[in-house]
Design a protein around this ligand. Structure first.
Ligand SMILES: [Zn+2]
Length: 435
């Protein structure tokens, strides 16, 4: 482990991937230090997923020798990441001591940049929210002030909470990992001038990890969504932008520059569609992002005063109107618009199925507030437009996490790195700061 104390932290130090802790096939030929670190990570993932476990249980699941597990856990216990819980009940072996992760004493800041809104939350290792603050709303000409306010908020949190070990940030896609820039932020061109790595990664006393928002959302679903089969998962983000994060065999898909899975810029009407800032025509984002939905609400005059609302307020009002029991012209228009949005979401799901064939698609963020009404229409489109075997083997659900889970996704990016690369954080923890 190199001494990085005097160096600025950057995501470049770590591979932007998550381990499949069931995978025991990638060790051949790897240096011993890499194998050791990977086994430490797999041990942590096991404890994270299954809770209190004995050394024997971990060794059996991971296919490691008791001696190896003893060595791995000794290091984690020394660093106070893992603790012994005493004898486990019901154990048949002579003596079986339970191990558990000290989840409460590792805190993570999550920062969500969502075009017009910046949110900052603090979470523990298990995603329990300790605090959440909304920064003042951002317009395209107040981005510099928003960045300054974000720095100030982060500095204040770091000063008041010594248990914060890392910061995760979620930024709109396409986010180019190699450069640190978000390549396109629709209707907010000044965000494109911000190099997130330079701006936040340099001179920060804890490591900062930056991720495209939909990928961060996929990580949050994997960590906190209580899903089965989370190793094959597509998170379909329907927020201020439309995005997609795909986990395949336990790993996120990135592409060459980190700009893959940009579903929001896949065209659903390549000739007559609405023009998009990316250069394409008929991009999905122009039809079912919160901004696009808001535009349609305003055009149709469905909600009184909608022009003065934020996107999320306008969308909430629309979805709530569509659920009203009585009938009138406005409610009819609202239901028709929700049906249109549901179909667009369905077209997106068809593209996801045919491109990635995930086991599960999770609809998240503002669009998911459309609830079962929207989901049912999207599911009907999928049922009609893809082959039955894929329909039957793909589960489409609404996110079970709260709508502001986007900021949890930002934290999930840092938490995932913690579980992936524990030694990196062991080296970072200042002496005397282990309790
Ligand atoms: Zn586009």
């Amino acid at each position: 482990m190199q001494d990085t104390k005097s160096q600025p932290f950057s995501i470049d130090h770590l591979a932007p991937s998550i381990p499949d802790f069931y995978d025991d096939t990638t060790h051949a030929g790897a240096p011993q230090s890499v194998v050791s670190e990977r086994n430490r990570s797999r041990t942590l993932w096991h404890l994270y997923r299954y809770g209190i476990s004995s050394r024997a249980q971990i060794a059996k699941t991971l296919g490691l020798t008791p001696a190896a597990i003893t060595k791995i856990t000794a290091r984690l216990i020394d660093a106070d990441i893992v603790a012994e819980t005493g004898d486990m009940k019901g154990s048949k072996s002579r003596r079986s001591i339970g191990l558990i992760i000290n989840t409460a004493q590792f805190h993570f800041i999550g920062v969500k940049f969502a075009r017009s809104l910046v949110q900052i939350g603090v979470f523990d290792l298990k995603g329990t929210r300790l605090s959440l603050q909304d920064m003042p709303r951002v317009s395209d000409d107040t981005i510099d002030a928003a960045i300054a306010a974000t720095h100030k908020a982060i500095d204040s949190l770091l000063a008041s909470d010594p248990n914060i070990v890392a910061i995760g940030m979620a930024v709109p896609g396409p986010y180019l990992h190699g450069t640190g820039y978000a390549a396109l932020v629709s209707s907010m061109p000044h965000w494109r001038n911000i190099n997130f790595q330079e701006e936040f990664g340099r001179q920060c006393p804890v490591p900062v990890f930056i991720e495209q928002d939909a990928r961060a959302g996929a990580l949050a679903q994997r960590l906190f969504g209580e899903l089965e089969d989370a190793g094959s998962l597509a998170y379909f983000l329907l927020g201020e932008g439309v995005g997609l994060g795909v986990i395949e065999n336990g790993r996120l898909i990135y592409g060459n520059l980190g700009a893959s899975t940009e579903l929001g810029h896949v065209s659903i009407d390549a000739i007559n569609g609405r023009k998009c800032e990316c250069g394409n025509v008929g991009c999905l984002e122009r039809y079912c992002s919160a901004g696009a939905i808001h535009e349609q609400i305003d055009e149709l005059g469905i909600i009184d005063g909608s022009a003065d609302m934020t996107h999320i307020e306008a969308c909430r009002a629309l979805f709530s109107l569509a659920e009203q029991q009585n009938d009138n012209q406005r409610i009819g228009k609202a239901r028709k618009l929700v049906a249109d949005i549901g179909r667009y979401v369905g077209y997106g799901c068809v593209i996801i199925c045919n491109t990635f064939n995930p086991r599960r698609i999770v609809l998240g963020d503002i669009g998911a507030l459309g609830g079962q009404r929207l989901l049912k229409i999207a599911q009907n489109v999928v049922d009609e437009r893809i082959i039955p075997e894929i329909v039957q083997s793909t589960e489409i659900t609404l996110s079970g996490l709260p709508t502001d889970a986007a900021v949890l996704g930002a934290a999930a990016t840092a938490i995932t790195q913690f579980l992936d690369h524990p030694s990196y954080f062991l080296a970072k923890r200042p002496p005397g700061n282990t309790k």
